[in-house]
Design a protein around this ligand. Structure first.
Ligand code: AFD
Ligand code: MN
Ligand code: MN
Length: 429
């Protein structure tokens, strides 16, 4: 396995923290045992958990106002994979990368697949891009792609998605995520019904190209880049489309894609009820699709979402949504943010696993609102650091991912090794 960080640095850093972790893990184990919870069971579930890295996420993000890249930016998809390899080597929670096309196009997909495998990385859902015009593109997406009024433009967008499926097949992916920016900026600009029908007809052609063992995720988003209406604006539109398109088509929930204060954890319950919850993009937001680090603004919401996911998994053994971090790192080292978020997501999942659902259900049946809330709260307020750190340590990862990464001086090294020639189209999403 390729290790971009010198394993002796990982071992030294773990040595510093091992004794304290042992004490913490033992103490937490005894505490949980008093609640009839076996800490090893929780730790093993955390060790199995994985969330995909967005290939574009290891490049500095930006806004429409500016982007302030840091040294060592990946200049091509292979350097992106190397950076993802750092995240996986230390986190052990991110064994897949979700690529984005055409940004991650290569001549030889087998070479890319083998290069990633050397870092212990596979490929998760592939992402198409019909929200930007590419240089040699014949028809512009300025007024939409899959919903465009012009049939040739719609077909061009369909063909792109089918090309992305072909690329995904070579990389071992099993899912396509379709997020389109199609919509309108003025009342009257677009017929809501005609646009939705075009969306369905176009996606039916993409769906027909899906391999039997693939899924297709439709991602809704309330606004941006369109500011008056978006063809798949909410979970209702997404569910309607997924149900129309077929069994292999499901809905993808991105945490930043809802109006402020929307109860996202209930959307999780509803989509699971319809057996149409296909995946998640983790991030956090204060005002819109801010793509901030997961759990950094509203950690309790993330916990309530995981509580629903754990309940869904308990009800349905087949429930296996595709998880990805969809974040934009404008002011941090992207590798640090992604490792930090993987740690936050794992801890949140661990806390959700501590919820006593039998007791919670009993309080719900008794209409004991306070004790029902306190049942969630006691899990949420449990410090599960030792579980997540022990799971990483046992898999050869870092107890403290950020401290270990900084001790390795990886950022300094890639800044010297990758003279900034502008980064490959890592994209700004
Ligand atoms: C943007 C979109 C959406 C999509 C991502 C990758 O808002 O979240 O999943 O780009 O295409 O963030
Ligand atoms: Mn997303
Ligand atoms: Mn988004």
């Amino acid at each position: 396995m390729r290790t971009p960080i010198d394993p002796s640095i990982v071992a030294d850093q773990n040595e510093i923290r091992a004794a304290e972790l042992k004490r913490d893990y033992q103490y937490l184990g005894e505490k949980l045992a008093r609640q009839n919870i076996n800490i090893e069971t929780i730790k093993n579930k955390i060790a199995e958990f994985s969330v995909a890295i967005p290939s574009w996420g290891v490049g500095t993000g930006g806004t429409r106002f500016a982007r302030f890249p840091m040294g060592g930016e990946p200049r091509n998809v292979f350097e992106k994979i190397e950076d993802c390899g750092v995240i996986q080597q230390l986190s052990k929670t991110t064994n897949t990368v979700s690529p984005h096309f055409p940004w991650d196009n290569v001549d030889d997909f087998n070479e890319l697949r083998e290069y990633a495998a050397a870092f212990g990385l596979g490929f998760d859902a592939v992402n198409s891009n019909t929200f930007q015009d590419q240089k040699e593109q014949k028809h512009s997406y300025k007024f939409g792609s899959l919903t465009h009024s012009d049939a040739a433009t719609r077909q061009q967008a369909v063909d792109h998605n089918i090309e992305v499926i072909e690329a995904g097949k070579k990389l071992g992916s099993k899912a396509l995520t379709v997020w389109v920016g199609d919509g309108s900026n003025f009342a009257g600009q677009q017929s809501f019904t005609n646009a939705f029908n075009h969306y369905l007809d176009s996606n039916a052609k993409i769906y027909a190209a899906l391999p039997d063992d693939w899924q297709m995720f439709l991602e809704h988003k309330i606004f941006e880049p369109a500011f008056y209406s978006t063809v798949i604006q909410d979970w209702g539109s997404s569910l309607l489309a997924a149900q129309t398109l077929g069994e292999k088509c499901k809905c993808l929930v991105d945490l930043g894609h809802h109006a402020p204060n929307v109860n996202i954890e209930m959307i999780v319950a509803r989509l699971h009820h319809a057996k149409k919850l296909g995946g998640f993009h983790f991030n956090d937001s204060k005002y819109g699709d801010d793509d901030l680090d997961s759990g950094s603004i509203n950690p309790f919401q993330l916990f309530l979402i995981f509580n629903e996911l754990v309940e869904a998994g308990a009800r349905d053994a087949q429930f296996n949504p595709a998880y990805m971090m969809d974040q934009s790192h404008n002011v941090t080292d992207p590798i640090e943010s992604l490792m930090n978020s993987a740690d936050v997501i794992s801890r949140t999942y661990a806390r959700a696993l501590l919820v006593d659902h039998k007791l919670l259900n009993q309080y719900q049946e008794e209409n004991d609102a306070l004790m029902a809330y306190n049942t969630l709260r006691s899990a949420y307020e449990t410090d599960v650091s030792a579980i997540v750190q022990q799971a990483r340590l046992e898999q050869g990862g870092a107890i403290d991912t950020i401290a270990t990464y900084r001790a390795s001086e990886y950022r300094k090294k890639v800044t010297e090794a990758r003279p900034s020639s502008g980064n490959a189209s890592s994209g700004i999403v």
